[in-house]
Design a protein around this ligand. Structure first.
Ligand SMILES: Nc1ncnc2c1ncn2[C@@H]1O[C@H](COP(=O)(O)OP(=O)(O)O)[C@@H](O)[C@H]1O
Ligand SMILES: [Mg+2]
Length: 337
């Protein structure tokens, strides 16, 4: 057996600078490429008080009345004293969010880098579609991805900026067909690879292979390359029918924490650029089972649990249902033994 056949795999280093991370902050790329963004957006600088509110354990949602209809049949007749409205600490911001709702009927919010896709279970429609400031606060406060922006944005970077301004990005909600969202990987100013972003199997994408490369490569050469400040980055685009226009959804750091989707980071860090030949990867009929889980679902909590956590009688009802379900399951197992 050759001596080196058991050499351990070495993960290729991916160097990310502080400026690479800053260039991918929404307000930074939006100021360069706003005309190509998928939707209009209002960018609001965040006061320290709002960041403290997001980081705190205070789950009072501004503008909500405390317990307006206490349950008569509940064993709990204790009504907690109402807490001060947290929005009084960031009233300017609150007002600007309210004003934005006058021009955008619905809003998809995010902070500098991340959208709260992991906390959509908390809104009735289970999407990021917000119709009021409280929807926005609820989504942001429940999201680990938002917490990442506040505490870990520079974890993989070579240094940390001395001062950082956070922004709330209020994107006008526009329906999006997830099958036509693509993530594009750029290393050393070369467009290397394109992956489908939503990992379900969409048979019609195979016929789009050449159109995708042509449209996205042209967008990269004509729009992004001349102006963007980093040599390596990952950009997300949306290409709705009739596939003539490319819309920019986001720009992310070329770093392991950005989801590499149908590629691996080691591949992306080491693959050699092929002249005019970008690698496009799609979910096929053969590998579709591997990606069958719903994106971000590891962070979701069942709606029943959430509702019950806010209402003691629902909690009792839910536990009774669970125990009935469990005893039914164990009866069935015994019968089949
Ligand atoms: N204006 C919008 N209206 C509705 N949905 C949107 C809008 N912009 C983006 N989205 C959806 O939100 C998803 C996440 O947005 P994105 O900015 O890429 O978040 P992140 O950087 O956290 O991954 C996108 O993949 C897209 O499906
Ligand atoms: Mg992103």
């Amino acid at each position: 057996m050759p001596e080196n056949s058991h050499k351990p795999a070495v993960f290729h280093d991916i160097i990310v600078s502080k400026n690479d991370i800053l260039n991918c902050s929404y307000e930074s790329w939006y100021s360069l490429f706003g005309a190509h963004a998928y939707s209009r957006a209002v960018v609001l600088p965040l006061p320290q008080e709002f960041i403290e509110y997001l980081e705190s354990d205070d789950f009072t949602i501004p503008g909500e009345k405390s317990n307006p209809n206490p349950q008569k049949d509940s064993d709990w007749d204790y009504t907690p004293p109402s807490r001060p409205d947290p929005a009084s600490r960031f009233s300017d911001l609150h007002q600007k969010i309210q004003e934005t709702f006058k021009s955008f009927k619905y809003i998809a919010p995010k902070l500098n880098w991340s959208a709260p896709q992991d906390s959509v279970w908390i809104l009735p429609g289970r999407t990021m579609k917000c119709s009021s400031p409280s929807d926005i606060y609820l989504l942001l406060k429940s999201s680990d991805y938002i917490n990442h922006d506040l505490s870990h944005a520079f974890d993989e970077a070579d240094s940390v900026p001395d001062k950082l301004q956070y922004h709330l990005i209020l994107r006008e909600w526009k329906e999006i067909n997830p099958s036509l969202e693509f993530r594009c990987f750029v290393r050393d100013r070369q467009l290397l690879a394109i992956s489908q972003r939503d990992l379900n199997y969409y048979p019609f994408l195979e016929d789009l292979h050449d159109t995708l490369i042509e449209r996205i490569a042209t967008f990269f050469d004509d729009v992004l390359l001349p102006k963007f400040g980093s040599n390596s980055f990952v950009f997300d685009v949306y290409l709705p029918k009739p596939f003539t226009k490319v819309y920019l959804v986001d720009i992310n750091p070329f770093a392991r924490k950005t989801d590499s989707l149908l590629f691996t980071w080691n591949e992306l860090a080491t693959m050699s650029p092929r002249d005019d030949d970008v690698v496009v990867r799609l979910v096929t009929q053969h590998n579709s089972g591997r990606f069958a889980t719903k994106a971000h679902s590891q962070n979701h909590v069942p709606r029943d649990v959430l509702d019950a956590s806010m209402d003691s009688s629902k909690m009792v009802e839910m536990l009774q249902n669970w125990s009935a379900m469990l005893s039914k399951e164990s009866d069935e197992t015994e019968e089949s033994d």
